[in-house]
Structures are given as C-alpha cells and as structure tokens.
Design a protein around this ligand. Structure first.
Ligand SMILES: Cc1cc2nc3c(=O)[nH]c(=O)nc-3n(C[C@H](O)[C@H](O)[C@H](O)COP(=O)(O)OP(=O)(O)OC[C@H]3O[C@@H](n4cnc5c(N)ncnc54)[C@H](O)[C@@H]3O)c2cc1C
Length: 287
C-alpha cells in the first residue's frame, strides 16, 4: 500500500444546510444497509477529528473511517506493471474499422491494430473516440483545479479527506503538506471558503497547482456498458469527478464483459442508453 501512497484516513463531509443533512441521512442509511461503517457526526465530534476546523454554521457531518485516498498516477503505474498489458503511449486512435456491424481494427498514429473488441475509456475525449465508431457518448469537459502547500499547518497525522459540501472546498494530506480544491477555477474564488473552514490554510504558501478535466455526463454519473452495434464496443467514461474511486470495480466489470463472464456486479443502471429511456439518475453528491 505504501507503493500507491494509500492513506486510510477516512472521508468527512461537513454539512451546513438542512436539505443536505436530510439527503446524507438517506445515503448513510443505504450505506449502513450494505455494511459500510459510515455514520453521522455532531459538529463537536467532527472537531475532535480535526481541531483546526472552524465549524461555524455546520449542522452535522457524515464520516466514514474505513475510506481513504491514494496517489492516482502510482495506482495507474501499478496496474500497468502488474497486469502484463502492453501500454502504447503517444499512440492516438484515429479510426475504428467496422464491417457488417463488427469491429475489425483500430487505426492509430502508430499503425493499424487488428481487434474485434474496443473499450472507449478516453476520459473527456470519449465523445470524439466513440464518434470514430459512429457512436454518440454524451461526455463534456469541465475544468477543475487543485493547489498544494509544502507544509501541513500542524494538522493531526490522520486527516480525513474533508469536504465542505455546500461550497465544494475540500482538502487532504499530500506528501508533507496539503492538497485542496473546490468547484471554482481560480484560487481567489476557492480561498474564501477555504480560509473560513480551515483558517490555518490562509497562513500556508501555495507551492504548486494543477488542473484537469472532469469528464461530465448529463446526470453526473458514469457511463459504463456495451453498445448493441457495432458489436464488442464497450465504454467506461463520464465519471464526473468520481473516476478514481470507481475505477477498480468498473475495470473488473469491463474485464468480465470482454471475456464473456457473467458480471459480478449489475452495472446496467450506468448504461448510456438511460438518457433515451428517461432513466437518468442525477448524482446528488457532486463535488
Ligand atoms: C481536480 C480533479 C480532482 C479529482 N478528484 C477526484 C477524487 O477525489 N476522486 C475520484 O474518484 N476522482 C477524482 N477526479 C476524477 C478522476 O481524476 C477521473 O474520473 C479519472 O482520472 C478518469 O480516468 P479515465 O481513465 O476514465 O480517463 P483519463 O484519466 O482522462 O484517461 C483518458 C486517456 O485517454 C487518452 N486518449 C484520449 N484520446 C485518445 C485517443 N484518440 N486515442 C488513444 N487514447 C486517447 C488520454 O490521453 C488519456 O490518457 C478528479 C479530477 C480532477 C480534474
């Protein structure tokens, strides 16, 4: 676990609106029924976990001690190494050859690859990649930023991934310091909520920043499944900011579909056909 920077520090949502408390209670009940040890905390109990929080206006918190976080690029490297798969970098798919409803090959900038099966998992570029096979996948990009501090402001060793739900400000440990972000693109816009909820952050220098695309679907839930035609075109995209945590389960599911094994999990609710069927399920806990 050290290899992927895994920290078993929990997840903590801070709630300052009655309607959010009600929605989280429904989610906690569902999680509890499935054996997840998440629970509601009072503001005083949240302060015990992180004394540096300023909890003005907080009505309740949702906490799951068994959650954690890890370093995504280390996890990707681990899978690439351990799976034995061949990873071709800098090799873009430029066309999908389909004959009589069946995939025959993928044309790439590195040459033609004969295959009968394609998985479209191109993140925010999935719309264009699916279009190569004449398939419409509704994925749009939304830019999100993160910032990194070189010190931790004296926070306890165990810092849950903490989310101020109404503003979207969140933070967690990252190396010797902290990583934080929010729904806005500019530091100045995130800084106000950040300094209000975690005042020590206002005294820390920002060492670096990073931004990336959320690959957003129309209801902010992932698109996972297989199209009817052409045959053997699978997709896993539109993760809308949840892709890292959902990746292990979705990856196993796709592997089962590829080899024709009965899927362990029923992920049919994530099919991209849900929009045409009026069966979309708007994600309530978007950060
Ligand atoms: C600021 C920020 C914070 C986030 N925080 C979290 C979090 O806390 N928890 C969480 O679970 N998720 C989080 N996410 C979301 C998560 O990072 C994504 O859901 C995840 O990275 C998606 O992975 P992916 O493999 O589906 O797509 P990507 O990582 O986008 O990979 C797509 C790949 O497809 C390749 N590609 C594109 N076009 C082509 C082509 N034509 N041919 C071949 N290859 C192509 C690209 O080069 C890329 O390598 C966050 C995202 C951002 C931006």
């Amino acid at each position: 676990m050290d290899e992927i920077g895994f920290r078993h520090d929990g997840y903590l949502f801070l709630l300052d609106r009655e309607e959010d408390v009600a929605a989280f209670r429904v989610a906690l009940a569902l999680q509890g029924s499935l054996g997840v040890p998440s629970r509601e905390l009072t503001p005083a109990e949240a302060a015990e976990l992180l004394p540096q929080l300023s909890l003005d206006g907080i009505l309740a918190a949702a906490y799951c001690p068994s959650d954690g976080y890890a370093t995504p690029e280390a996890v990707v490297q681990w899978y690439a190494r351990e799976s034995g798969a061949t990873v071709l970098q800098g090799c873009a798919a430029t066309a999908v050859d389909v004959r009589d409803g069946k995939i025959e090959a993928v044309e790439t900038t590195g040459g033609r690859i004969a295959t009968g099966t394609v998985i479209c998992c191109a993140g925010v570029w999935s719309k264009e990649v699916a279009d190569l096979a004449g398939i419409a996948l509704p994925v749009e990009g939304e830019a999100r930023s993160m910032w990194f501090t070189p010190q931790d402001g004296g926070l306890p060793e165990r810092v849950p991934l903490t989310i101020d739900f109404s503003t979207g400000f969140y933070f967690h440990r990252e190396g010797p310091g902290l990583a934080f972000g929010g729904r806005e693109r500019a530091l100045e816009e995130v800084a106000e909520a950040a300094a209000r909820r975690l005042p020590v952050l206002a005294d820390l220098p920002v060492q670096s920043t990073w931004w990336g695309w959320y690959d957003v679907s129309p209801d902010w839930n992932a698109l996972v499944g297989e199209v009817e035609e052409p045959s053997r075109f699978l997709y896993a995209t539109g993760f809308s900011g949840h892709g890292f945590q959902q990746a292990p389960a979705v990856g196993e599911h796709l592997a089962e579909l590829v080899v024709g094994r009965e899927p362990t999990l029923d992920l049919s609710a994530f099919s991209a056909t849900r929009f045409a069927r009026g069966a979309e399920r708007p994600e309530a806990f978007v950060v």
